[in-house]
Design a protein around this ligand. Structure first.
Ligand SMILES: Cc1ncc(C[n+]2csc(CCOP(=O)(O)OP(=O)(O)O)c2C)c(N)n1
Ligand SMILES: [Mg+2]
Length: 412
């Protein structure tokens, strides 16, 4: 008999660190157009290969190829590019506002703009989103429902903030836009979305739910509980997993993405699952439409792992140069979603450099004007926040005696 071996654990490490370039071969990227498109009434088992490949539409030259090419009008494509540009410009402007102490905190979606914008285009306006904090692109796409001024007022916790300064900036809540209140407690979105979707089906409604989670947050038990309920009751829900490679300073492998994809967890739970290039606007639209059709026709949930890259810091409190190469994003094999759609449209003769620049200037002006208007109601730096006494309100319909007493004692 051989000598007993000392036991040891395997602790995954990223393939790159500051000063050492990342080896992105771990992503297993498929060629554009190479992955098949099954009918929507497929079984979870039949999506096993799709959970380990990568659905892509835009090739290196910006051409749309393969079975997943969606039917999108010129107007939709141009609008998609415009809203992605708006999201990026909005983010950089709000980052600046945080540096000027006008808001306490900000989270950019740099590099991840395609997913919320294209997903929104594939869903109906009455569907319900349970987002995490990096899907602001959806709100910026809904200009008919939510104004940019309202969004900025929430960030500045000012007197026009509809949440009265009670939420961390970026933790938006817009019922009128089907945007469920963001919770700082990760993964709660998943159980809430599945529960809401089940309720929609119980009521015989036609609205579906869209749940959002990051790679890191899938390690929470809520994720697995939600998958079980969604599978068992065939809930009308789309289960989005944004694998942007990082959970603050922790690499996605630590949440279990090293030898098994996040999409494969869906298959293992009896849910049809896709792994999709999240930086490919056309692929995002096509996969989202496929999943939405399944949900709408009572074929049940679909889990989609979006492969993307968090190009900026996790938040304004993070410094990614401490844990990954500074130029990592420029080597990410799936590129920049805005550049890729721009190239596609330019190749079709539907966009030009001059138009790009004019759109950029127009959007900048729109954002600056909205910020100015929002600041008329105050910023974090310049008072005009809702009074501290208001924290006692809105908890109960009628304020109970013990809260009334606390308010008196607090002297606010
Ligand atoms: C239950 C819970 N655990 C930990 C945190 C702290 N936290 C906030 S964001 C974050 C990283 C999440 O990473 P990921 O899910 O990959 O999402 P990403 O930020 O990359 O979009 C952590 C650990 C939290 N808010 N909630
Ligand atoms: Mg992440």
């Amino acid at each position: 008999m051989s000598q007993p071996q000392a036991l040891r654990l395997h602790v995954p490490e990223p393939s790159g660190r500051p000063g050492c370039a990342t080896d992105f071969s771990y992503l297993h990227v498929s060629e554009a157009g190479a992955v098949r498109r099954p009918p929507v009434d497929t079984s979870h088992f039949d999506t096993s290969d799709l959970a380990y490949s990568l659905i892509r539409v835009l090739d290196r030259d910006g051409k749309a190829v393969g079975p997943w090419v969606p039917e999108l009008s010129t107007a939709q494509l141009r609008r998609g590019l415009r809203v992605m540009m708006k999201t990026r410009l909005f983010d950089s402007r709000m980052l600046l506002a945080q540096r000027q102490k006008k808001t306490s905190f900000y989270m950019q979606s740099l590099g991840e703009e395609a997913m919320p914008v294209a997903h929104d285009m594939a869903l109906d306006r009455t569907d319900m989103w349970f987002p995490s904090y990096r899907q602001q692109g959806m709100l910026l796409a809904r200009e008919a429902d939510v104004s940019m001024v309202e969004i900025i007022c929430q960030l500045m916790s000012n007197e026009r903030d509809s949440l009265k300064g009670r939420q961390l900036p970026v933790m938006y809540s817009f019922k009128k836009a089907g945007f469920f209140t963001i919770s700082g407690n990760l993964a709660t979105q998943y159980i809430q979305a599945v529960g809401w979707a089940m309720a929609s089906a119980i009521k015989g409604d036609t609205r579906i739910a869209s749940a959002w989670i990051g790679d890191g947050a899938t390690a929470e038990s809520d994720f697995h509980t939600a998958l079980t309920f969604a599978h068992v009751y065939r809930a009308p829900v789309i289960l989005n997993v944004v694998n942007n490679q990082w959970a603050i300073s922790t690499f996605q492998a630590l949440a279990g993405g090293e030898s098994v994809t996040f999409a494969a967890r869906g298959v293992g739970s009896g849910i049809a699952s896709l792994r999709v290039d999240g930086n490919d606007f056309l692929a995002v639209y096509a996969a989202s439409s496929w999943a939405a059709e399944r949900a709408r026709t009572n074929l049940g949930p679909t889990l989609i792992e979006w492969v993307t890259y968090r190009a900026g810091p996790h938040s304004t409190s993070d410094d990614p140069s401490k844990y990954r190469p500074a130029d990592d994003w420029s080597h990410f094999p799936l590129g920049d979603p805005i550049d890729r759609l721009r190239r596609h449209l330019t190749g079709l003769g539907l966009w030009s450099d001059a138009e790009h620049e004019a759109t950029r200037q127009e959007l900048e002006a729109e954002i600056v004007a909205a910020q100015k208007e929002a600041e008329l109601s105050g910023t974090l730096a310049h008072g005009r926040a809702p009074s501290a006494a208001s924290m006692f309100e809105d908890v109960y319909k009628e304020m109970p005696e013990h809260l009334r007493l606390q308010r008196q004692q607090s002297g606010v």
